[in-house]
Write a protein that binds this ligand. Structure first.
Ligand code: NCD
Length: 357
């Protein structure tokens, strides 16, 4: 069955992922052919957290398809500042729009919103949890550049604890084979246990590194990330982690000739300016690919689901329900949400934020 909402990259069935990639390539080749493909359609962009690139690229994507965009980029100027619940905002906005995209600082917010949204909902980042449209760009760029997402040596470097892009990418790559993942971080910013378990499943392998030097010569892909300042409890905690990992020309001189360097952007100080001019730096192409993939996604969802089918309102949480143990989980912020969990390998996880219960 085709997917309706994109909360997690794994919502896209394998066959549909190939179709989305072909559509994105076709849009990249001849964008004019698609310039009125979404004429008359409205995209709602609900950004509860600052964003430049993602928001602009969704806006540009819809406009290049001939559609229009409504929404907010600062919840302080919307009814959210008056105390409106996520559920009410989503219910109303989804009567105005044909497709909605939401970024929210709270983990699991996108899944929660999708329960009440009458039109397809795209997760543009939910706290430190997931960022599936970035993952689409990452997976597409890796297969475009390397011809595959299997049997590769892939380094992920920086804030592996708080970075939602690496969590999302780890989930997507975990269904591939024969990869070795070099996780380069400080002890404080290591990849969460859940993602490490995913990455080391099947015939994939995980190697923990404290420096880029330990593995740079082995890598086919190096995914650099920014230290996520906004997720630290204090400025001094952030300062203690900032500037530790810097990819410079010296390190690049020891890397493979066909290495590709990716970054979800924005980058701060983790890549020096000279590296931007190295042809192995592919992050600007990666960002451009994200635009074509978002166009392909919006077009697919608008065509498949003029109205979300199977929508049903779920019951309000009973007063005695337990809340998730993760303080950043949406169920601790939007108290009407029902308790939803799932079981995997004998353990129970929160359906919203995927933390172990
Ligand atoms: C990323 C994000 O928001 O998680 N950026 C993006 O989507 N363009 C990465 C980041 O902010 O570090």
């Amino acid at each position: 069955m085709p997917f309706r909402d994109l909360i997690d990259f794994s919502d896209i069935p394998a066959g549909e992922w190939d179709e989305l990639c072909s559509l994105a390539r076709s849009i990249r080749r001849s964008p004019h052919r698609y310039s009125s493909a979404c004429a008359g359609k409205i995209l709602a962009t609900l950004f509860y957290e600052p964003s430049t690139r993602t928001q602009l690229s969704f806006q540009a994507a819809m406009q290049k398809l001939g559609g229009t965009v409504i929404g907010f980029s600062d919840p302080n100027v919307s009814s959210v500042s008056k105390g409106e619940t996520l559920r009410d905002t989503i219910k109303i906005v989804s009567t105005y729009a044909d497709v909605a995209v939401m970024r929210n600082p709270v983990e699991g917010a996108a899944y929660a919103a999708s329960l009440y949204c009458r039109v397809p909902l795209i997760n543009a980042g939910d706290g430190g949890h997931l960022h599936p449209t970035q993952t689409m760009a990452d997976m597409f760029t890796i297969s475009d550049e390397k011809g595959r997402c299997d049997n590769l040596s892939i380094g992920m470097c920086g804030d592996l604890k708080n970075g939602r892009t690496v969590h999302s990418l780890s989930k997507a790559l975990s269904s591939h084979h024969g990869n070795t993942f070099y996780l380069i971080s400080t002890a404080e910013l290591e990849m969460p246990e859940f993602s490490v378990r995913l990455l080391s499943s099947g015939d994939n392998r995980v190697v923990f590194c404290r420096t880029i030097d330990e593995c740079i010569d082995k890598l086919d892909v190096l995914y650099m990330t920014r230290i996520q300042r906004e997720r630290f409890a204090s400025e001094s905690d952030y300062r203690s982690q900032a500037g530790i990992y810097v990819l410079d020309s010296d390190k690049m001189s020891r890397a493979k000739k066909d290495l590709i360097v990716l970054h979800p952007l924005p980058k701060v100080d983790e890549i020096t300016y000279e590296v931007d001019d190295d042809e192995r730096a592919r992050y600007f192409e990666q960002a451009e690919n994200a635009l074509y993939l978002r166009m392909a996604l919006i077009l697919t969802l608008c065509e498949n689901y003029p109205q979300k089918t199977g929508f049903r309102e779920i019951p309000t949480r009973p007063a005695a329900a337990r809340y998730c143990s993760n303080p950043m989980c949406v169920s601790n912020h939007e108290r009407y949400l029902p308790e939803l969990t799932f079981e995997k390998d004998g353990k129970r996880y929160c359906r919203y934020c995927e933390h172990e219960c």
